[in-house]
Design a protein around this ligand. Structure first.
Ligand SMILES: [Zn+2]
Length: 438
């Protein structure tokens, strides 16, 4: 049993504890050798506990584990598919030992406790390679520990994995097949903008076009994309010119975050298709930001192919989702087709024929959260003639948004309904995702 956070162990009737394979730590990402000999006390107190905590996170499919010292205890929390769940509490010395042990294994300085540190560990679990990122931050009463877990084999980066609608995939192929023009993934930072950008990259027809990345692909596996290493000291423009000279069709570049980068990509987009990402509240705001950075709406209107904003939503657990007959009024209100007879939701207690309340059975697959994995919803703005005209005339974001809807481009709420209609997600999940910020 791992800490007893999971309820699985409690419902086990026999005394035999379920054997859970513990994670294997295989060395610090920074190559620093952990000196276990000199830290034997710490190893004794922390190594197994650290392995158990990380394993617990892995078996819950957590992307993040947090350990927060609070008084005499440390509170553990797991983030699964973007949702935080409270884990158990650790005695303070144990929380401390785990934190110090993970620092040691990540090649960080265990003597330093008054400064934030970031490192990582190469790991293996259930025959899959994992990356365990370890972050510590001093807070009142100790150090806060954040562990990020990433399966290096899991590649949620194809348009299919990302749930891109067919219409959008067609737009991406069209935008990136003209040997010119800039296409951007946009969105609030840390909401999956980079994932959307990689999805766009994978949406390019890589059998027809030569694609070069002049940014780091990290540990993501992207087939048929060549890494282009610029000369040290070369700026973006020089590197892009060199990519043009090797007869590349598409360049995947670092995020557009400054007026200088924006000017450079627009000055180069006549010679090569450029794909990137940029932080912005939404699609229309991104276009206006580009106009401001570049200083000439004509350049943006004619050089930009389109912008895409993506958001991740949770998928219902296939093992325990519950079918129900929705109220026709609700169907009409949310805009689902009027002949929708069945929708799905996270299982709720139901009444049987005898009028007794029946609790849903426990679900091992999703740990009774009702959800398993995520998919994407999208909105985009393509630079149609009407949108171009609006941008050139200095229209505001609202006018651009209205025109995009008139031209039939999807918005989040509408795109999300396609997943609801197919039973992939629930109306409750959409409500959660779209509820106004507090
Ligand atoms: Zn389930």
């Amino acid at each position: 049993m791992v800490f007893g956070f999971g309820r699985k162990a409690e419902v086990d009737d026999d005394d035999e504890e379920e054997e859970i394979e513990l994670v294997l730590f295989q060395g610090a990402l920074n190559g620093q050798e952990a000196n276990l000999k000199e830290n034997q006390k710490l190893v004794q107190a922390g190594l197994n506990a650290a392995k158990e905590l990380v394993t617990d996170g892995l078996s819950r499919r957590a992307e993040t584990i947090r350990v927060d010292p609070k008084g005499e205890r440390s509170q553990v929390a797991f983030v699964v598919d973007g949702m935080p769940y409270a884990g158990g509490k650790l005695a303070k010395p144990q929380g401390l030992a785990i934190t110090q042990m993970l620092k040691l294994l990540s090649g960080l300085d265990i003597k330093v406790r008054n400064q934030p540190q970031v490192g990582g560990i190469k790991a293996q679990w259930k025959e899959q390679p994992w990356e365990v990122i370890v972050q510590t931050k001093p807070i009142e009463g100790g150090e806060q520990l954040t562990i990020k877990l990433r399966n290096l084999k899991e590649k949620m980066i194809t348009p299919d994995d990302l749930g891109m609608p067919e219409a959008l995939r067609t737009r991406i192929r069209e935008w990136t097949s003209q040997h010119k023009g800039l296409s951007l993934a946009v969105g609030t930072p840390n909401t999956g903008v980079t994932t959307t950008a990689f999805g766009m990259l994978r949406g390019v027809d890589c059998y027809l076009y030569q694609i070069h990345a002049i940014r780091s692909l990290g540990t993501r596996e992207v087939i048929n994309v060549a890494q282009f290493n610029g000369n040290p000291g070369d700026d973006l423009e020089t590197t892009l010119m060199r990519v043009v000279r090797v007869e590349s069709d598409v360049a995947f570049v670092d995020p557009v975050t400054t007026p200088e980068i924006a000017k450079t990509v627009f000055s180069m987009q006549e010679q090569i298709t450029i794909l990137s990402e940029m932080p912005a509240k939404d699609c229309a705001t991104a276009i206006l930001q580009l106009v401001q950075w570049v200083g000439d709406p004509n350049i943006v209107a004619n050089g930009l192919m389109g912008v895409i904003n993506g958001k991740l939503i949770r998928k219902l657990c296939p093992d325990c989702k519950q079918a129900y007959r929705p109220n026709p009024k609700l169907i009409a209100k949310v805009g689902l087709p009027s002949d929708t007879k069945t929708l799905y939701r996270k299982p709720v207690a139901t009444e049987n024929e005898k009028g007794e309340v029946e609790e849903p059975p426990p679900c091992e697959k999703c740990n009774d959260t009702g959800y398993f994995g995520r998919t994407g919803i999208y909105e985009y703005i393509e630079m149609t003639p009407a949108i171009k005209e609006l941008v050139i005339s200095g229209a505001d974001a609202n006018a651009i948004r209205t025109q995009a809807r008139t031209d039939g481009m999807t918005v989040f709420s509408k795109d999300a309904l396609r997943h609801v209609a197919k039973g992939i997600t629930s109306l409750e999940e959409l409500q959660r995702v779209f509820k106004p910020a507090p």
